[in-house]
Write a protein that binds this ligand. Structure first.
Ligand code: MOS
Length: 711
């Protein structure tokens, strides 16, 4: 049962429209609608705000501004970021473009939106800094890095080894602002009952949402009830609830009625985080036989002023290749732009673009097969922490992929393969993503009638949580799948780490496995099956809780380096005359320990790989440097791949089991597909054309002047 490619158990509800997403919550009856009015400047202050026209508009019930917003707490930076307070409408100071300046509450969404356009705001603009590429911009040395990694690491003598290396690759790579834009926009319906508020919101981590709402308004957590049953994607943008939730809770209290607030697609770009732009220098020193003697990775990123978010961009390389002399650093440039945050595979996605592009260039410089180069530098122990790997099948991923993809049949000479008007090229790259574990509890309960319930505050952001939990309970208890009900996404249920960092499925299924074992111990070892035993011996039903600890309290997480691995293979076509780039096929082979559901795991991996194609060829958030705003804030101008851009993508998973990770043997799947994928595309473009583009995305403009026919 565990691992079987079952269809989603929630699939029928979703395709028949009966899965209720937050904004669709009907249980409260008619609600009011809030629309966020955003600042038109990025830096300065409000000098005047006139809501009179909006207040007289049809259907409008209230316009809330800083003048009448309730007092809120400031964020406590000692706590996990997504659970920190998020105060809004706190005063006249404007720190970023689109900062909320008012919430218009009306009887319908259309009325609220129309009236939002009637709120008149006067500003005084003061100069802000918006340009990541401005010469001489001041840098923060050794910022605190996301996920708790040390900012800098150093082993041996990098500079000395580079000075004497037989071959050196020294390149700067850049990655642009990018966004995690789920199909379902951020939304919240809030309703107060006495001093308890229920927030139906769209979040990856219910407990953090509860904590954020409670912290913002100074409430005890038990006064905040969060419900998030169905979620249309998150990709990091919903690790924390955003202004829509805080404003809905605020307005519902002010008006004494339930209030709905959603962000529009355009509003999502400024309020729900983004991957910060990066500039990365990678330096590789090697001997002529292809052994790395030096590995240096220096990452500089945009940071939002006052924020402590810095992507862990230079951490992926710390455990990827052996090299006796190595250094990695993070630096940050504070700008007056909206808050950045985790976007799928934070750190590894941009970091591996740089590293795996540099490794490809080194392979060509050495006239060595890129896979052979990587195998020659495969470490036997973690080269910086000096701990063994738990299970690391990187080489197997590369070999298996090469064989299935037909890697040996590619031309090694860039720009030498033609298919009609297309220049055809092949590229590969390695994937790595650490595996994490967070504190998680799950309850399992069997009623006398045989109904089996799995209960926790875990979320299903489209990943298949409902299904893998049902499969795990079914197998662990020996109960038919159709008797299992999965009840998740509610803060009244046992607390989990939620969906983030690719840990959701393994965390919650492991805790569930333990809960099932504890329940079976209570029931005894029934010959006729657990359901018959419960029916005859436990008229009131029986339940048990299982938990996993945070990785910081699990010895195996400091004894071993635990990660998911993979290898990407890409065939690309570049139109020799127009520079148009088309993906022709892509294959990924992955080592993620044990797979919980072959179908949903493959879907996650393919999704991640397509994200890599998107990063390589399409996505780029552009800042208007005059006003400090992201300008291309819709899907017409912020490009992502459509079906026609993704002809043939496949993901293979090596059958495995990582006993150091957990009892189930399962590791993270959600993000490793996106790790290194963009580099494999870029490397294929190089193989097709002989043009190495180090600034993502790879666009026609960057290729065209350098194509073989024009050289
Ligand atoms: Mo993920 S970017 O931790 O949702």
């Amino acid at each position: 049962m565990i691992g079987a490619p079952l269809n989603r158990v929630d699939g029928p509800l979703k395709v028949s429209g009966r899965a209720t997403y937050s904004y669709e919550e009907q249980s409260l009856g008619p609600t009011l609608y809030g629309f966020v009015v955003e600042s038109a400047i990025a830096h300065g202050r409000i000098t005047m705000i006139d809501t009179s026209l909006a207040e007289r508009a049809p259907g409008v019930r209230r316009v809330i501004t800083h003048r009448d917003a309730p007092p809120q707490r400031q964020p406590d930076k000692t706590r996990a970021s997504y659970g920190r307070a998020l105060p809004v409408l706190t005063g006249t100071e404007i720190r970023t473009f689109a900062q909320p300046v008012a919430l218009v509450v009306a009887r319908t969404f259309e009325q609220a939106r129309a009236a939002a356009g009637m709120v008149r705001v006067g500003y005084e603009i003061t100069p802000g800094q918006y340009d990541f590429d401005a010469p001489g911009a001041s840098e923060i040395e050794q910022p605190s890095v996301n996920a708790g990694y040390p900012s800098d690491s150093s082993v041996g003598d990098l500079e000395g080894a580079l000075a004497t290396a037989q071959l050196v690759i020294d390149r700067v790579y850049t990655t642009p602002y990018a966004f995690g834009l789920p199909m379902e926009t951020h939304a919240c319906v809030a309703a107060w009952d006495g001093d308890v508020v229920t927030a139906y919101c769209s979040t990856q981590m219910v407990a953090e949402a509860q904590s954020r709402i409670a912290s913002t308004f100074g409430l005890a957590p038990e006064k905040v009830h969060v419900v998030s049953r169905y979620i249309g994607g998150g990709f990091g943008s919903k690790l924390g609830v955003s202004v829509e939730t805080i404003l809905a809770v605020m307005a519902a209290r002010a008006l004494g009625e339930p209030v709905k607030v959603t962000l529009t697609r355009q509003q999502m770009f400024h309020h729900t985080g983004h991957r910060p732009a990066s500039r990365q220098r990678v330096r590789l020193g090697a001997s002529r036989d292809g052994r790395l003697v030096a590995f240096g990775h220096d990452a500089t990123q945009k940071q939002s002023r006052g924020s402590d978010y810095v992507e862990q961009t230079a951490t992926a390389g710390r455990s990827l290749y052996a090299a006796p002399n190595r250094r990695s650093t993070h630096r940050a440039i504070p700008l007056d732009l909206p808050e950045a945050g985790d976007v799928r595979a934070p750190g590894e996605a941009p970091g591996l673009f740089a590293i795996e592009s540099a490794m490809d260039e080194l392979a060509y410089t050495l006239d060595m097969d890129p896979i052979a180069l990587r195998i020659a530098n495969e470490p036997t122990i973690h080269p910086e922490l000096n701990v063994p790997y738990s299970h690391r099948r990187m080489v197997e991923c590369m070999r298996e992929g090469a064989q299935r993809f037909g890697w040996d049949r590619r031309s090694k000479v860039p720009g030498s393969t033609r298919d009609g008007r297309w220049l055809v090229g092949h590229g590969m790259a390695a994937a790595i993503r650490p595996h994490y574990q967070s504190e998680t509890s799950v309850r399992v309960r069997i009623d006398a009638d045989g109904t089996t319930r799995v209960q926790c505050d875990m979320t299903d952001i489209g990943t298949g949580t409902y299904t893998v939990l049902a499969q795990t309970a079914s197998e662990a208890l020996g109960v038919p799948l159709e008797r299992v009900r999965v009840e998740i996404g509610d803060s009244d249920l046992p607390r989990t780490g939620g969906s983030g960092g690719s840990w959701g499925a393994s965390n919650s299924c492991n805790a569930l496995l333990r809960a099932c074992k504890a329940l079976l111990e209570k029931v005894g070892a029934p010959a006729g099956g657990v359901l018959a035993q419960v029916a005859s011996q436990f008229p009131g039903g029986v339940e048990a809780i299982g938990s996993v600890a945070s990785q910081h309290d699990e010895p195996s997480y400091s004894k071993y380096s635990i990660a998911s691995y993979g290898a990407h293979f890409v065939e690309i076509g570049v139109d020799a005359d127009t520079g148009e780039i088309r993906l022709r096929r892509m294959l990924g082979v992955f080592d993620v320990g044990r797979v919980l559901n072959e179908k949903t795991a493959r879907s996650q991996l393919i999704g991640g790989m397509i994200w890599g194609v998107s990063m390589a060829l399409h996505e780029e958030g552009v800042v208007d440097l005059r006003v400090g705003a992201f300008v291309n804030r819709d899907f017409a101008q912020y490009l992502v791949p459509v079906h026609a851009d993704v002809p043939c993508v496949d993901a293979i998973v090596l059958d495995g089991f990582d006993d150091a990770a957990n009892e189930l043997g399962a590791k993270g799947v959600g993000e490793v597909g996106n790790c290194g994928a963009s580099a494999a595309v870029a490397n294929a473009v190089y193989n097709a054309t002989g043009v190495r583009v180090c600034e993502l995305p790879i666009t026609i403009e960057k290729l065209l002047p350098h194509l073989p026919a024009r050289r």
